[in-house]
Design a protein around this ligand. Structure first.
Ligand code: SF4
Length: 287
């Protein structure tokens, strides 16, 4: 099987979403420290350690870079992904898409490009905070980006992530995004975190029923609260594994570059069953 690490490389972002869960400590990010980054990549490449932890043979390892918004790091981020590729990792990116047009070089080093889009409606994007100085990722801009990926990088898999929140649960965004024929479309329920409550079961059901017709496509993955909690291998900008603990904060390991991957893994709660079910079903483009 393939192991996927979700590395939130920075908390910095050009958007300011109301329900953002990327809250750590900007001052202690290690994204500028190549020695620590190199040590973490070396640890993540240790297939035996993770194989022992999961109890399965590991065929390949993918690092899914997320944030914050990784592309805000510019050239520095491109170098990190390039290095991961050189070390033999599969690589993927989750971006809000806004800065992609200025960082097209990143596609040379990616296997999967994931764009998180909760709405293509300007008013909804602005209500959520998914905008940068009054500007947002419009349908027109997205069309241009998708064309760029499909035309110049045909081997890259395209993925969309939608977070269902109180702002978009009444919309048909799935239908709009399926028109781009993505390889994977993931729907995630907004989780309660800190002072944000998340959405109700009824609101999530409402979203699924509005979009029902377009959820029949095989490319989709739907993740409700319990599917998400403690089912990802997530790393924070300080190089620590972290997991959702209660609704108010995260549970952390010590930094991977200090204690090694084996010990760090032993310090976080993790549901092997949920993890296996996601990656066995979703294949290479899930995560
Ligand atoms: S785009 Fe993502 S990281 Fe940025 S503010 Fe929104 S939820 Fe947070």
């Amino acid at each position: 099987m393939q192991i996927v690490y979700n590395w939130h490389i920075t908390e910095r972002c050009n958007y300011s979403c109301e329900f953002c869960f990327a809250k750590w400590d900007k001052a202690t990010e290690i994204c500028g420290d190549y020695e620590k980054l190199e040590k973490i990549l070396a640890n993540l490449s240790q297939k035996e350690a993770i194989s022992e932890f999961i109890g399965e043979d590991i065929a390949s390892v993918r690092v899914n870079f997320a944030g914050g918004e990784p592309l805000i790091l510019g050239k520095k981020f491109v170098e990190i992904v390039k290095r991961a590729k050189e070390l033999g990792f599969e690589t993927s990116l989750i971006t809000n898409g806004f800065l992609l047009e200025y960082n097209l070089e990143i596609f040379k080093y990616l296997d999967i490009a994931g764009i998180s889009i909760d709405s293509l409606d300007e008013n909804i994007c602005k209500s959520i905070g998914r905008c940068s100085r009054e500007s947002y990722l419009s349908e027109q801009k997205l069309t241009g980006l998708v064309k760029e990926i499909r035309w110049n990088y045909p081997k890259i898999k395209l993925k969309f992530n939608i977070v269902v929140s109180e702002y978009n649960y009444n919309t048909n965004i799935v239908e709009q995004l399926q028109a781009f024929e993505p390889d994977r479309l993931k729907i995630l329920r907004q989780l309660p975190f800190k002072d944000k409550k998340g959405i109700t079961d009824e609101q999530f059901e409402r979203f699924l029923s509005i979009n029902e017709k377009f959820l029949k496509f095989e490319n989709k993955v739907i993740e409700n609260k319990s599917d998400i909690i403690q089912s990802y291998l997530m790393i924070d900008p300080q190089g620590r594994f972290f997991q959702n603990g209660n609704e108010y904060d995260y549970i952390y390991s010590e930094p991977i570059h200090k204690v090694g991957i084996k010990y760090a893994l032993s310090q976080i709660p993790f549901s092997k069953e949920k993890f296996m079910s996601r990656y066995n079903q979703g294949g290479a483009s899930n995560g």
